[in-house]
Design a protein around this ligand. Structure first.
Ligand SMILES: Nc1nc2c(ncn2[C@@H]2O[C@H](COP(=O)(O)OP(=O)(O)OP(=O)(O)O)[C@@H](O)[C@H]2O)c(=O)[nH]1
Length: 497
């Protein structure tokens, strides 16, 4: 009897401890906001696939969500918590594609490019070449490496898909100098800097804008009673920092109201008021999540657009790192076929984190490369395809044709979830003029503002949003691989003040 009671008590205690421990773990996991509900390994058609992220997992300061369509939806505030990403498991009858994948992609590309020839009558003869190019598109699979830390089971299951990928039959496909000869020495994958709190950590990079906006504004406001000359000085400061007239006027009006209220009595109050006004002006309610999570039927597709030299390729690479760090399988599409170096550059980014790449020959049709990237991404069951495009702005119509075509052709296969315009913050006015051209060509869904570390004109953020009506979603704060941060109005203003 006694023994039974004791056993009963022991069992009760054990159950209680187990319950508490279980709840603790669940809560702890929940607290680690993460987009990484993607399992490290998953099953596609019964086949076990290895997560090519190499096991990187981090909490995330970035917000990724599922897309669906590329329409602009600025007013929907989205919580950080990502939607659970159901894996597109079934709809891929062509998963086992022994011999025909390359020709079928080429055929499909040919058909689509042919039917897409609406505005391109002169280009008609090119269609044949484009289709041939499509067959020559290279897919460079990254080697799966077992990073020092945590990749539990890596190499073995990788071998099968790896073997079937190179089924491209064209003999004269250029051999990528770097990737091919890798025997078995697994390449060292990069350590990726934590994605959490990046904007705050990189705040020092905004020092030039900080001086131009923060310090001068605080100096003026902290001085006490403001006469009209002081207000003019404030206005000049904002204009010089590239806020633009709309934002400048709005900020001054709001500041006048704040300062006239009884609440502002000290320099600290003035600072708080300035913070409120600036944050408010940055429209914190805008949805800044990047739609880079897979949805039913396929991977998310992100188009990265912008003129030459603004940092598109770099941004695509940095974004791939962030996604990989969140446990996503990423495929890169090198649709900047004007510059061979751009594809090489992108390939290097991919190799450093274990993301595959689809690239075409120099001069190949960007739409064809983008299409192949998406088809490959769907076939391989990746989570997101990031497409780096070329950015020649020599003629507006040329750009329109090319970008519009890339998007149209991709959309024959799957929706483009995100069109990110990359803008160089150091070019100011000009950047905005470019942005407007792009906005006419494609429905932009977000802006990535690069090189904010090299300018005193951080106020361009306000202006871009005002003039384009598109949220700044990411900011580039340096040339380093991890110098990309999610844009957060509060953290940004804190970094300025
Ligand atoms: N300081 C700084 N440099 C950056 C940033 N982003 C990109 N860069 C640099 O800008 C230069 C151009 O970057 P790319 O990524 O090659 O630009 P791109 O738009 O792809 O250029 P094209 O391929 O010619 O169209 C490189 O030297 C990058 O390192 C940033 O946020 N800060």
């Amino acid at each position: 009897m006694n023994t039974q009671v004791i056993i009963g008590i022991v069992i009760g205690v054990v159950l209680l401890v187990a319950l508490i421990a279980g709840t603790g773990i669940v809560l702890q996991r929940r607290r680690r906001i993460s987009l990484s509900d993607a399992p490290t390994t998953r099953t596609v058609d019964g086949e076990r696939e290895v997560d090519k992220s190499g096991g990187y997992q981090t909490g995330s300061g970035f917000s990724f969500t599922q897309g669906g369509t590329a329409t602009l939806e600025p007013e929907t505030p989205k919580p950080v918590e990502p939607t659970p990403a159901p894996k597109p498991e079934a709809p891929k009858p062509e998963v086992t594609k022994p011999a025909e994948p390359a020709p079928s992609v080429a055929d499909e590309a040919e058909k689509i490019l042919e039917t897409d020839a609406d505005a391109e009558t002169a280009a008609e003869p090119l269609v044949v070449e484009e289709a041939v190019e499509a067959a020559e598109v290279e897919t460079v699979e990254p080697e799966t490496a077992a990073p020092e830390t945590a990749a539990p089971e890596s190499a073995a299951p990788e071998a099968a898909p790896e073997a079937e990928a190179p089924a491209v039959e064209t003999p004269e496909v250029e051999v990528p100098e770097t990737a091919a000869p890798a025997v078995e020495t697994a390449p060292q994958l990069d350590e990726i800097a934590p994605t959490e709190g990046r904007l705050s950590r990189l705040r020092g990079r905004l020092s030039r804008s900080q001086g131009a906006i923060g310090s001068s504004m605080l100096g003026l406001l902290g001085a006490g009673d403001l006469d009209e000359d002081s207000w003019e000085e404030i206005e000049d400061t904002l204009v010089m920092a590239d806020l633009g007239t709309t934002a400048t006027t709005a900020v001054i009006e709001a500041l006048r109201i704040e300062l006239a209220s009884d609440k502002v009595r000290s320099a600290d109050d003035a600072r708080a008021a300035l913070r409120r006004v600036l944050v408010d002006q940055l429209r914190p309610e805008l949805n800044r999540s990047v739609k880079a999570l897979p949805h039913a039927g396929g991977p998310a597709v992100v188009l990265v657009v912008g003129v030459n030299g603004v940092g598109k390729t770099t941004t695509t690479g940095k974004l791939a790192r962030v996604l990989v760090a969140d446990g996503r399988r990423v495929l890169l599409g090198a649709a900047d076929t004007f510059r061979a170096a751009a594809a090489d550059q992108l390939q290097t980014w991919g190799e450093r984190v274990g993301a595959g790449i689809v690239r075409g020959k120099e001069g190949a049709d960007p739409a064809s490369v983008a299409f192949d990237a998406v088809v490959t991404g769907i076939d391989d069951g990746v989570d997101v395809v990031l497409i780096d495009t070329a950015g020649r702005l020599h003629t507006k119509t040329g750009l329109m044709d090319e970008l519009g075509k890339v998007k149209r052709v991709v959309e024959k296969k799957t929706p483009v979830d995100e069109v990110l315009l990359v803008l160089d913050a150091t070019v100011g006015q000009n950047g905005l003029a470019q942005a407007k051209v792009f906005a006419e060509v494609v429905d932009l869904t977000g802006v990535v503002l690069t090189k904010l570390d090299g300018t005193a004109k951080g106020g361009i953020v306000f202006r871009i949003q005002d003039e384009l009506g598109v949220p700044v979603k990411l900011v580039g704060l340096g040339e380093g691989a991890d110098d990309l941060a999610p844009f957060d109005p509060g953290a940004f203003v804190d970094a300025l003040l």
